[in-house]
Every structure is written in C-alpha cells, then in structure tokens.
Design a protein around this ligand. Structure first.
Ligand code: HEM
Length: 270
C-alpha cells in the first residue's frame, strides 16, 4: 500500500480525464481573461491543437504516460517557445490562467502548492525577453548577511530556500522574494497563504529527513530586517535543547561534501 506522498501528481490529480479537464479549463480561461489577451493573441484562432499538445505534455509532466514524447518527440519547450516574445508579464498571464484552473480543480493544498511551484519554474525558464517593467521594477536582492550565512537550495514559487551554514542543526531559511518585505502580516493575503504552504512543505520534508523531536519555526529579524523564516530541526540531544538555539553554541560550518549532500537531500524531498 503506497503512502499518499508516493503517488505521482498525475495519480493524485485523478489521471487522464483530470489532465484533459485542467487543460480545457486553462485554455477557456485564456480566452476569457482580460489579463491574458496578449498571450491569447500568440496562439492560433482555433485552440484545438494547442489543447491536444498541452494535454499530452502535461500527462508526462505530472508523472503519467509521456504522451507528447511518444507522439511528437522531445518537447524542447524552450526552443519551441522562442518564436514568441515571452517576458515576465507573459509568464505571469500564463500562470494566472493556470493557477485559476488549478485552484478550481485541486482541493489538496500541498499538491496545489507543488504544482504551482513546478509551473512557475517551467514558465520562468521560457522567458526570452526583458520587458520595460523589468527594467524599472525594483529587483529582489538578498541581504548580504543572509547571503554569507547561507547557501541556496532551491526556489519555490514565493520563497528562496537556503541552508544555514551551521552543522549543529539542520537549519533552513525561507526568504520570500518580495522587495522590502519585513513582516509576515504585511505581505498580501495570497503571499501569506503561499508562505504557509511553503513552510508546511519544508517542515514535512525536514521531518521526513531528520526525524526531529520538534520543528522550531520563527521569524525574528532583529539583526537582519529582510523577512526570512527559520526552520530548525531540534533534538532533545542537541547542544541548545530545550532553549532556542541563538547564542548558545558557536556555529560549526559544514565541510563541502556534507553541505552538498544536505542540500541535495532537502532539494530532492521538496
Ligand atoms: C510562459 C508563458 C507561456 C507562453 C506565453 C506560452 C505560449 C505558447 C504558444 C503561443 C504556443 C504555441 C501554440 C500552438 O502551437 O498551438 C505554445 C505551445 C506550447 N506550450 Fe506554451 N507558453 C507558455 C508557457 C508554457 C508552459 C509553462 C508550458 C508547460 C508547462 C507550456 C507548454 C507548451 C507546449 C507543450 C506547447 C506545444 C509545443 C509544440 O508542440 O509546438 N507552455 N505555448
């Protein structure tokens, strides 16, 4: 008997019919939504072929039968999107349609978060143009203290996930990529919800990997104001237990190999 986490997204969604339904709703939304007018214009008038291609692709993308591959060969998504001018605005319009279609169909919040994250990564990878807005919008810059204390693991849809370089504890921070963000309660509602889902996913990954006695989750920000949320796997045997970890033990940096292993294990579990 498989555990829920061992089912592919394809199985969790409901298989072939569910993928068809998602794609149909996605393209209906692209037809309807005002914020999708510019990406709708890139597509043929008749969306029948586009629907078939995306359905076949997503079947494999979700871990089901690789229909696109079987019927049309390697997807080469980036290359196939080069004829279209895709900037951040086009990416966001595409994702807005997909997010709405997913939200209408998927009740399992963890699955929803995973799917949104995977779509975000793929859509972002397809960007091939800089927009005017990209030039003028403030870009997110990681605080130098966080940059030096931690190493990149992966990007989720909202947060960067980073390993703190202290091998005394499995210690990971989530950093929402929102310029100027300092407090959780000042994020907009959608970001607050996304942060909760990403924090849950990280806690579950760390729990499965390290089997801690307690997960400590905290946002302090007294020293480094940029919003970052600590996720620390705590053990009754660790040197600071039961106190919070700050100021108790000197940090012990990882050696290169141990750090790479830890990063890989967390990334794979997310
Ligand atoms: C980032 C924003 C995106 C834009 C503006 C965009 C736009 C387009 C357009 C205009 C086409 C051609 C339609 C056709 O040939 O019928 C296309 C095809 C396709 N797109 Fe996208 N797309 C985006 C993101 C994505 C993402 C994230 C995925 C997958 C998760 C995806 C999967 C596909 C597939 C499988 C095809 C068919 C490729 C082929 O066989 O030629 N697209 N896309």
């Amino acid at each position: 008997m498989k555990k829920p986490s061992e089912y592919s997204p394809y199985e969790q969604l409901g298989g072939d019919a569910a993928v068809r339904k998602l794609v149909d709703r996605f393209y209906d939304l692209m037809d309807e939504r005002k914020d999708a007018i510019s990406i709708r214009a890139m597509h043929p008038n008749d969306l029948a072929d586009s629907r078939d291609k995306l359905y076949e692709f997503l079947s494999g993308f979700f871990g089901g039968p690789p229909l696109y591959h079987q019927n049309r060969g390697h997807p080469k998504l980036r290359m196939r999107h080069l004829p279209f001018s895709i900037d951040e605005a086009a990416r966001d319009a595409w994702l807005a349609c997909m997010h709405q279609a997913l939200e209408e169909q998927v009740d399992d919040q963890l699955l929803l978060m995973q799917l949104k994250t995977n779509f975000h990564k793929t859509a972002h990878h397809l960007i091939n143009q800089k927009s005017d807005a990209d030039m003028s919008e403030p870009t997110f810059i990681l605080h130098p203290q966080l940059e030096s204390d931690s190493t990149f693991i992966t990007d989720l849809s909202l947060c960067s996930v980073r390993l703190i370089n202290d091998s005394n504890y499995p210690w990971v921070v989530l950093v929402p990529r929102r310029e100027g963000a300092i407090e959780v309660y000042k994020l907009d509602q959608a970001d607050q919800q996304q942060l909760t889902l990403e924090s849950e996913a990280l806690c579950k990954a760390m729990e499965a990997l390290f089997k801690p006695d307690k997960m400590n989750v905290a946002a302090l920000g007294n020293m480094v104001p940029q919003l970052h949320i600590h996720h620390i796997a705590r053990f009754k045997t660790d040197s600071a237990w039961p106190a919070p970890i700050w100021g108790v033990t000197h940090s012990t940096p990882y050696d290169q190999e141990a750090m790479q292993q830890r990063i890989k294990s967390i990334k794979d579990k997310l």
